[in-house]
Design a protein around this ligand. Structure first.
Ligand code: SF4
Length: 469
């Protein structure tokens, strides 16, 4: 009786050392414009790229979302990260979706979009949110800089120990206005930002079976925010329908062979997980974070907790520090938190469904605060424009940008000002993540649009019911 995780791990194991360390074969290596050090390490050792045909890259972290002219990147060192990637592509011959290519985008958006991400693969990328790809039933690890150079040189990855397995089952039907982003924030609020440490999470149950692929990508993306090594959803008909016909998906006679393999991947009935959690989707509500950890979250109908009532002294201290940084008071209603700026984008929420959700709220309304919308890829941007979503955003006063990581990470010129509260669809609300002194509130795209048109965290269900902003 094996789990989905066991099956992929076993299939990619090359050898196990006596101390338990395992050498794994890497099926796909995704790279971005932070990969320069890895290629420098290759050059220093005089090594070629081991598997160009398994290596796929795109610039995303450092690119300007105002213009995709490389000269629009103001800092020379960051511009050089992007140009170095182009030079490395010429030298090593990996597949690259560069600036000017409509397929360029955030690395975790283009992998699934191109069909590079597939069930049963072991995938890595030098970025924490590589867990995203588990939505398609892949085992996907974020890796560090030295591991990137090891994978470039050998197409293998050492893991000192096999992670444990965790299953999070969410049954029931999500109420209207509750999105995949709310589900994953609610999970992290329940199990804690360290709740998944050392584990690979499999998301199971009625809510995930009914969820679109795009929603599953959002959920798996934030697995790392629960401390997990990876997050996965077992492949099913939703997965196969999503993948069929994509550029790098098996086709012709290979398609039924791939399907045959993929259908064997889901966890066997009776497979044992090291840890199990259960939540009821029917009880969930739109969520927002109030602090500096993704576990500092509450339903939009709730209140900021009082540190004095925290379960432990450690938690009390964390709450006090978070509230001091965020300049918020215990007991305050979540929907009274003022918002100075809104960001809709990032590898968590920049796909077409996310933009549709935000546009449905923005339609016919006007932004009260500066709001930026950044599609996850050139193809998402084109799709949104073909549906007229960009017109809705522009008429609402939102800023419609070029694809990239943008304000998720604050290293490309898109910044939240010191002291500003930003309702953001990204994945991290750490101190300074979106800029020095920035105060981030993680929300869904619909909630972000609601905050944009009201100037404070707002229960999007009110606007969905037709209430004025
Ligand atoms: S959008 Fe943010 S989390 Fe995602 S890859 Fe870019 S920097 Fe990393």
């Amino acid at each position: 009786m094996k789990t989905l995780f066991d099956k992929i791990w076993d299939r990619h194991t090359i050898l196990v050392r006596p101390d338990g360390a395992t050498l794994l074969h890497v099926g796909r290596h995704l790279i971005h414009d932070g990969s320069r050090a890895g290629f420098r390490a290759l050059a220093a050792k005089g090594l070629p790229l081991r598997s160009p045909e398994r290596t796929f890259g795109t610039p995303d972290h450092y690119v300007s979302t105002a213009s995709h002219d490389v000269n629009a990147i103001p800092e020379p060192q960051r511009r050089e990260m992007v140009t170095a990637m182009t030079e490395n592509q010429k030298q090593h011959g990996f597949t690259m979706f560069g600036l000017g290519d409509k397929r360029q985008g955030i690395v975790h958006v283009i992998g699934p979009e191109q069909g590079i991400t597939q069930p049963g693969l072991l995938m890595v990328c030098g970025d924490s949110h590589t867990a995203t790809h588990g939505a398609l039933g892949a085992l996907a690890f974020g890796i560090g800089a030295s591991e990137v150079s090891h994978v470039l040189a050998t197409q293998t990855l050492w893991q000192s120990r096999k992670p444990k397995s965790m299953r999070i089952t969410v049954d029931g039907t999500l109420p209207p206005g509750v999105t995949p982003k709310d589900v994953i924030i609610a999970i992290i609020a329940r199990i804690g930002a360290a709740g998944g440490t050392g584990h690979v999470i499999e998301y199971a149950g009625e809510v995930f079976r009914a969820m679109s692929m795009e929603g599953r990508l959002t959920v798996c993306n934030m697995s790392i925010e629960a401390g997990a090594r990876a997050g996965m959803v077992a492949p099913d008909e939703t997965t196969y329908a999503y993948l069929q016909g994509r550029p790098y998906t098996p086709s012709g006679a290979d398609w039924p062979k791939a399907l045959d393999y993929w259908r064997k991947l889901p966890s066997d009935p009776g497979a044992i997980f090291d840890v199990e959690h259960r939540l009821n989707g029917a009880e969930m509500a739109p969520m927002a974070t109030w602090g500096t950890s993704p576990e500092h979250a509450a339903p939009v109908t709730g209140h900021i907790p009082d540190p004095a009532r925290a379960a432990t002294a450690e938690q009390r201290g964390a709450y006090e520090r978070a509230l001091a940084y965020m300049d918020l008071k215990p007991g305050m209603r979540i929907d009274e938190i003022p918002i100075d700026r809104v960001f809709i984008g990032s590898c968590t929420n920049s796909r077409i469904e996310d933009l549709r959700e935000a546009a449905a709220v923005a339609k016919g309304r006007t932004a009260k605060v500066p709001t930026m919308v950044v599609a996850g890829s050139g193809l998402v941007k084109l799709q949104a424009e073909s549906e007229g979503l960009h017109t809705i955003f522009k008429q609402a006063g939102f800023d419609w940008r070029e694809p990239g990581c943008s304000m998720c990470v604050g290293m490309n010129g898109d910044l939240v000002g010191a002291g500003e509260h930003c309702a953001s669809t990204s994945n991290r609300n750490f101190v300074g993540r979106q800029g020095r002194g920035a105060r981030t509130h993680l929300v869904s795209p619909a909630m972000a649009a609601a905050a944009a048109v009201t100037g404070h965290i707002t229960d999007v269900r009110r606007l969905m019911a037709g209430e004025a902003a």
